[in-house]
Write a protein that binds this ligand. Structure first.
Ligand SMILES: Nc1ncnc2c1ncn2[C@@H]1O[C@H](COP(=O)(O)OP(=O)(O)O)[C@@H](O)[C@H]1O
Ligand SMILES: [Mg+2]
Length: 253
């Protein structure tokens, strides 16, 4: 079987309205309004500590928030665990630290959730896993353990693992920043391919070449706010805020 990427059902993949979040007394997200359309590729950048991870973690309820609303593919995120589970089925996530299970093989990492959460028969789950391991170009590593793989290979396994759950939206949190420079490209190539396949993607990254190549819009966050969001040409060509210009001068150097 060859599962293909399903895009979101709704024209709006993610809707964020008036989002506020505090960590204790610290106001980490301040009035975030943002809409991601079906099939859109968004790259989020901004200084360390500006709230990028917190924002994308709110989308699949790895963080709670105090004010505002988030709607994912038509499902409003509430405290109801059924809707949280429903949203998590729609949304795959890839982290900076690959978060693979070290005691499971690559194939087992990829089939664990489909078998135990989705109740897919093991043989079917393995066929799906092999499909995506081929897609990220490491089918030959299926029987190895994560510790036997390079960082770039591990991250590609993490991407394949997320895809095995058949998500409609993929969130990436600095997927290449823990990698040695020579491995960044192989992971970005995988993500470019995914973007071309039509996946809705939110990518926190400072890889500005990637942003230029695939992003429909680039978002700049600073101190818990979205300062600007624009298509790459405008974002890099005529950034509106001094903070954005200062940030770009640093990362593009
Ligand atoms: N669990 C937490 N408890 C308290 N403060 C946190 C927690 N997670 C993140 N923060 C703080 O919130 C701010 C934003 O963090 P984060 O979203 O990780 O930023 P970014 O991803 O842009 O670097 C930082 O100042 C960070 O120290
Ligand atoms: Mg972060």
């Amino acid at each position: 079987m060859a599962p293909k990427i399903e895009t979101t059902r709704h024209p709006i993949a993610i809707e964020i309205e008036g989002l506020d979040k505090w960590f204790g007394g610290f106001h980490v997200l301040r009035g975030i309004d943002f809409t991601v359309k079906r099939g859109e590729r968004i790259v989020i950048c901004g200084p360390s500590g500006s709230g990028k991870s917190t924002l994308i973690r709110c989308i699949n309820r790895l963080e709670t928030f105090e004010r505002g609303r988030i709607v994912v593919d038509g499902i409003e995120l509430t405290d109801d665990m059924r809707c949280v589970d429903e949203i998590r089925r729609e949304v795959g996530m890839v982290f900076q630290q690959f978060n693979l299970f070290p005691h499971l093989t690559v194939l087992e990492n990829c089939t664990l959730a489909p078998v135990w959460v989705r109740k897919l028969p093991r043989r079917e789950a393995e066929a799906v896993a092999m499909h995506y391991l081929e897609r990220v170009r490491i089918p030959e590593q299926a029987g190895k353990y994560p510790g036997q793989l390079s960082g770039g290979q591990q991250q590609r396994v993490a991407i394949a693992r997320a895809l095995c759950m058949n998500p409609r939206i993929m969130l990436f949190d600095e997927p290449t920043s823990a990698l040695d420079p020579e491995m960044v490209k192989e992971v970005l190539d995988t993500m470019v391919q995914l973007a071309r396949d039509g996946m809705t993607m939110l990518v926190v990254s400072h890889e500005m070449g990637f942003a230029r190549e695939v992003a429909d819009r680039v978002v700049f966050m600073d101190s818990g706010q979205i300062l600007e969001a624009a298509p790459p040409d405008a974002f890099f060509g005529t950034p509106q805020h001094a903070r954005t210009r200062a940030f770009l001068a640093q990362v593009l150097r």
